[in-house]
Design a protein around this ligand. Structure first.
Ligand code: 2BA
Length: 109
């Protein structure tokens, strides 16, 4: 059976809902505390190992429970202006950023 590794970066506000839904549906997930390189705010990276045919279901669960949100960031962080003239700029964050990788071996020892 082909295994995949789903790496999903989820907003901290949504992660409880997402992991609850995943485990209720019988999927395993590992949570890593991470932070975004741009906003420098905490988020959570989920590692989810699953058979290939379950990947779509997992992604749609994540999609359903990870919300898109708008966030105001200083424009100098956004790279448009320098220093004191910075006006806030709105960016859309999430719902989730998802990578799907092939797994060469999966073992529980
Ligand atoms: P952050 O890096 O803190 O990015 C937060 C939000 O800021 C992003 O939301 C996006 O709207 C904006 N943003 C990030 N980098 C930008 C840039 N260079 N120029 C303009 N706007 C930028 P999302 O795209 O939803 O990403 C949410 C979080 O997911 C990111 O937090 C980061 O932790 C992760 N992420 C997103 N894309 C990634 C990638 N290609 N590789 C690794 N991690 C990624």
């Amino acid at each position: 059976m082909k295994m995949k590794l789903i790496i999903a970066i989820v907003n901290n506000d949504d992660v409880k809902n997402v992991t609850h839904q995943l485990s209720s549906a019988g999927f395993y997930a590992t949570k890593l505390s991470t932070s975004g390189g741009f906003l420098d705010e905490g988020n959570t990276t989920l590692l989810i190992g699953a058979e290939e045919e379950k990947v779509e279901r997992i992604i749609s669960l994540i999609e359903e429970y990870a919300n898109k949100r708008k966030q105001i960031v200083p424009a100098n962080l956004y790279g448009e202006f320098d220093g004191f003239t910075a006006f806030p700029v709105e960016v859309t964050v999430g719902g989730a950023t998802v990578f799907v990788l092939d797994v060469e071996q999966f073992k529980k020892l």
